[in-house]
Ligand binder design. Sequence first.
Ligand SMILES: *Cc1c(COP(=O)(O)O)cnc(C)c1O
Length: 462
Amino acid sequence: MEYISTRGNVKAKGFIDTVLMGLADDGGLMVPFQIPVISPEKLAEWRSLSFQELFLEIFSYYTNDEIPYDALKEMVYTSYSNFRAPEVTPLHKVNNSLYVLELFHGPTFAFKDVALQFMGELYSYIAKVRGEIIHILGATSGDTGAAAIQGVRGKEGIKICILHPHGKVSKVQELQMTTVDDSNVLNLSVEGNFDDCQKVIKELFADLDFKGKYHLRAINSINFVRILAQTVYYFYAYLQIEGSDEKKINISVPSGNFGNIFSGYLAKKMGLPVNKLIIATNENNILERFVNTGEYKPGSFTSTYSPSMDIQVASNFERYLYYLVGEDAEKLSAYMSKLQTEGKITIAGEALQQVQADFAALGVKNQQCLDTIGKYNEEYDYLLDPHTACGIAAYEQFNGAGETAITFATAHPAKFDESIALVGIKQEFPEQIAALFSLPQHQTVVEHDKDVIVRELQAFYE
Ligand SMILES: *Cc1c(COP(=O)(O)O)cnc(C)c1O
């Protein structure tokens, strides 16, 4: 399989080159030339597979034998060997209409571990077989950075620098990133907000000379391999439910950058018979407005109890738009330049009907988020983290009579104790998290200034 850019100006690439490219050189996002479709018979066969086996099956459609099967297999098994659940992503039944897929059993207690543990192994493999220098650079609102650092710490041939907004990530997130003492890790704590960090990163990646000179690689969800790794648990969750082929299964996904939910869209295009894909966001509800009105317009940033979804510009949205306009790169490019010049995109008519057939969406208010945590703790003795709580609130809104829903638990509640405490719930931390509080931290606080950041990077890379 080859990969092309949504904007149509990149020569088709293989799997490894697509991983290395990250953001496409023409400013677009890489997508498969053609999405493989899994037959219902094949799906039925997959019911008995473990998470790791399913991962291998799905990836075999996408890696074009660029990676020998045994090498891929070793990477997959190593990636998930340090998860705290043998199923990797266990499905928890809450009641007759609701299951929660727990995606937080990896090293940093958030769903991003699922893709980033694998990506760490993959980058390490590429560094070895290609003799490539891998310098990972990324910005984080908390979870991506921690998961990416855990994915590559101590690995040969790889250095990682992560920018996070100073004092604006949760305490546990900060500790997970900064207590790592491997010499291939640099934490820059930037005096500014997440969007400021993200902007610097975007400028550095857009500077193709700088990107090439320093071998910069991306770990954010613009990288297609992250999207693909996330499709695995959509299949896995669906196949775990007995008789799911005779049920209407909805999946509710706490969403920010549109990465996780786009993986669901891809899984559906590959033939997974999901009924409704539900986008759950918080008061940063750009996606809810888009689905309901057709207007995609980044607005002003609001801080909420679910900070990993405090995002205005949903990077992966471009991938969805590409399919919405019929894989027409020219049309897509026109929309993206419209977004640049006018600050919004508007979809209407049949295309909007298509959007509403693809997704339902809810922007959950702060109080509703806390109320949902309280309610499920009381009624089901099940503690939700604030992101998952948004997913549950959206499930309650959209799950029809007789339908079954899977809500993704994207983080462990211990990561967001600041929000849990507001509900008046006192939780006990898992020991791996409790242990972080006594470790020394390693980070460099920097002004929000591109030149200052570039100097720090040069010193780290050279
Ligand atoms: C990153 C994150 C999200 C949002 O995921 P996207 O792929 O950006 O939509 C939701 N919840 C948690 C806990 C996260 O870390």
